[in-house]
Write a protein that binds this ligand. Structure first.
Ligand code: F6P
Length: 479
């Protein structure tokens, strides 16, 4: 890996809720490994591979006891979860309590004491697994995301010799929202076990610093936190990104271009293809987007089949009630729009409740004239950056929610407040009607940003920062 690999002396240990591959049980009872969902895996795989490192995580299925194994240039250490722990730690506390709370209560957080107990138990299991496998003093351990916020402190208690980083892939909420969490102090204390805590946006880091001062009595100077026990750490923004060069290369392949043309043909060669790509999650604003799109059709400001909407909604957290309810609502809404506006063989909305490989996604991005990324709240949203990285032809427009972390960087997108349905409708129309030269100017500027601040730069910045904090700590400790 560029920048990082060359400077790494010790292999990095990445600790994440999921392994980069999930074990899936098929209808006939056999199992197979599939790539895990989400941008986290794509971002971190190269870090582990290039440093000859280790990935500690859950194999994605309950009650799966597996020995460590080597795969794709990584040493993989599976952490087993029982069915009850999946229900209480993963579906419960992580995705029924923390996920809605951290996304500005776009869903209703549930505070369930049993779930908290499971969260603690599972975090301790992850910390113990890392303590066993991490090499000697100075080894870098990089803990990922909201499912494992207690791991930094639990790990430090067992292995004070390690350099511990933590990266939060999702937003960190303002104090008024965070303060509701009955276990707010325990979570902050867990995170304060790290040497460096990374967030997507400056605002997330500021929210965390405020929460740390309020719950744990620490003193902060800028991004530096004085714990009071002589130990210092830092909390700052490190916006995550994509492998822009790899996506650019993929999008230029003849087979990708041919597939993009084929997709256009299959969609009936419409004048305009509008695309949405999301995990089927209530934070993504899919219903608001469908509402805006449906109204534009109702009012005759857009006409099917001249314009088509392709909405990819990949299955996610399907056993959590809020996700089941959302799926029903999305499917009813798509059905209603199609009932009102489709013609035989020409649906107004192509709804795909599926997950596609990256090759197919690159072709879809190339085929789309407008991409709608309109979450109500999102840590970063790597779909927006993937789209930009794939548009080597400098065509295509991006409509982007100001509540996605990506909005801090992709300023040339058509920025919207997704709660404002009229504003959203206007932005969709402007993005469709934009002159080609203007669209190219915007896309060029966004491509420059994504190719300069790519995932390699993100990882180097974080790991470099972690090294600096850990070194200044060693200097202070020297007699
Ligand atoms: O950062 C968001 C995140 O929860 C990641 O931790 C994860 O890789 C991705 O979304 C997909 O979520 P899940 O693992 O719950 O399917």
């Amino acid at each position: 890996m560029r920048g990082v690999a060359g400077t790494r002396e010790t292999p990095v240990v990445v600790v994440a809720n999921r392994l980069p591959v999930d074990q899936v049980t098929l209808g006939d009872g056999s199992t197979e490994w599939r790539p895990s969902p989400g941008g986290l895996v794509a971002a971190l795989e190269p870090v582990v591979q290039s440093s000859g490192g280790t990935w500690v995580g859950w194999p994605g299925a309950p009650d799966t006891e597996l020995d460590p194994f080597d795969a794709d240039g990584m040493h993989v250490v599976p952490v087993a979860l029982s069915a009850e722990e999946v229900a209480e730690y993963y579906e419960g506390f992580s995705n029924g309590t923390l996920w809605p709370l951290y996304h500005d209560v776009t869903g209703e957080p549930v505070f369930e004491r049993r779930w908290w107990d499971a969260y603690r138990t599972v975090n301790q299991r992850f910390a113990d697994a890392v303590a066993e496998v991490a090499d000697g003093p100075g080894t870098v351990v990089w803990v990922q995301d909201y499912q494992l916020q207690l791991v930094p402190d639990m790990l430090r208690r067992r292995r004070p010799d390690l350099r511990i980083g933590f990266f939060d892939h999702i937003p960190f909420p303002g104090w008024e929202i965070y303060a509701r969490l009955p276990w707010r102090k325990q979570i902050i204390d867990g995170l304060l076990g790290a040497d460096l805590i990374g967030f997507q946006r400056g605002g997330d880091a500021a929210n965390f610093l405020r929460a740390a001062r309020s719950t744990s009595g620490v003193v902060t100077r800028g991004s530096v936190i004085e714990r009071g026990d002589g130990r210092q750490l830092r909390a700052a923004a490190f916006p995550i990104s994509v492998d822009a060069a790899a996506l650019d290369e993929l999008s230029r392949r003849p087979e990708t271009l041919a597939r993009a043309a084929e997709l256009r043909r299959d969609l009936g060669n419409p004048t305009t293809i509008v695309l949405g790509v999301d995990r089927l999650d209530y934070t993504k604003g899919i219903l608001h987007r469908l509402r805006a799109y449906g109204e534009l059709l109702d009012e005759g400001r857009l006409g099917a089949p001249d314009v088509v909407l392709v909405q990819v909604a990949s299955p996610s957290r399907e056993r959590v009630e809020e996700y089941q309810r959302l799926r029903d609502e999305v499917e009813v809404t798509v059905g209603r729009i199609n009932g009102d506006h489709s013609a035989v063989g020409h649906p107004a909305v192509h709804y795909l409740h599926q997950t596609f490989p990256k090759e197919e996604m690159a072709a879809l991005y190339l085929a789309a004239d407008v991409l709608l990324v309109t979450p109500l709240r999102d840590g970063m949203n790597l779909v927006a950056k993937e789209y930009v990285a794939c548009r080597h032809d400098e065509r295509g427009s991006l409509v982007l929610s100001e509540f996605a972390g990506a909005a801090d960087e992709l300023r040339q997108a058509f920025l919207v407040n997704p709660w404002d349905i009229d504003g959203l409708k206007d932005a969709v129309l402007r993005a469709i009607a934009v002159a080609p030269a203007e669209a190219a100017r915007r896309m060029r500027a966004m491509r420059r940003r994504v190719s300069e601040f790519d995932v390699h730069r993100w990882a180097s910045a974080f790991l470099g920062g972690l090294e600096m904090v850990a070194e200044s700590k060693a200097e202070r400790a020297a007699p």
